[in-house]
Design a protein. Structure first.
Length: 265
């Protein structure tokens, strides 16, 4: 058996199913127009309510498996955690056109993980009011559970679980990382043109043999005999049959049918 074919067969036999995916979170808006914390008190209370100042917000975004108890935001984030800088006196935020959340964190945020995309997830978001002189006060928590397939997105407004009255609007989407395909991002296909294979990948992750090669199941290491015959067989002196042999016309000879044979007079 051809050595390259053997390598391709071995590679296709011992496949470890893995994957890589990216959950993207676009923060659209955040509103806490009453400037209240989790127990309904003003974050910065000075004089009448009309003069209350906005909270100095810090956001924590925590990605984890669906069904996790709606408790702490910080302690269990196996799929990724991001924390913003202080957004000082920002209780009416519109980031629809912004490419960062706080001048540092990108918007959308990207949570990239190895393994198959599970389909469902929980995004826990904690918001605290920053106080440099004492412990930060909790403003609210959001526990968002969604089901998404690869290349699918959802946009919605979510309410907090406490008394602040805050809402947050997000667009959530999932894409497979480079070279991964299928609904759960478990199909690997990386375009190759060397001794281990000669193929590109279509939009579904299927291997497409490059010109001159056949059999995607063996990574297209087999040469197409007709193609390679046509590249050398003289079009004047012969033609290629189905097996890839150059068959000479009358009056021609040679491996490539490019040697003319003189007729006797």
């Amino acid at each position: 058996m051809d050595g390259n074919l053997l390598l391709a067969l071995l590679a296709s036999t011992f496949v470890v199913v893995s994957g890589d995916y990216i959950l993207m979170m676009k923060l659209q808006t955040y509103k806490n127009l009453n400037h209240r914390d989790s127990v309904g008190k003003a974050c910065e209370r000075y004089g009448p309510q009309s003069s209350w100042r906005a909270c100095d917000n810090i956001f924590t975004f925590c990605l984890r498996e669906a069904g996790y108890p709606h408790k702490a935001v910080q302690s269990h984030c196996p799929l990724g955690k991001r924390t913003s800088k202080v957004l000082k006196e920002k209780d009416d935020i519109d980031l629809t056109s912004a490419d960062t959340i706080d001048g540092n964190l990108p918007n959308p945020l990207q949570f990239k993980n190895s393994g198959q995309w599970p389909g469902t997830f929980q995004l826990a978001i904690g918001v605290v009011d920053n106080d440099p002189n004492k412990a930060n006060d909790l403003v609210d928590k959001f526990f968002i559970e969604e089901h998404l397939s690869q290349n699918e997105s959802v946009s919605s407004t979510y309410k907090g679980t406490y008394k602040s009255g805050a809402t947050i609007s997000l667009t959530l989407s999932v894409v497979c990382a480079k070279n991964y395909y299928s609904s759960d991002c478990s199909l690997l296909c990386a375009a190759t043109d060397n001794s281990t294979g000669h193929y590109s990948c279509n939009g579904n992750g299927a291997k497409v043999c490059l010109e001159g090669y056949i059999d995607p199941d063996t990574n297209c290491v087999k040469r197409d005999p007709v193609y390679w015959c046509q590249s050398t067989c003289s079009p004047d002196g012969g033609s290629c049959d189905a097996s890839g042999s150059c068959v000479c016309n009358e009056g021609w000879s040679g491996v490539n049918c490019d040697v003319g044979v003189c007729s006797p007079e």
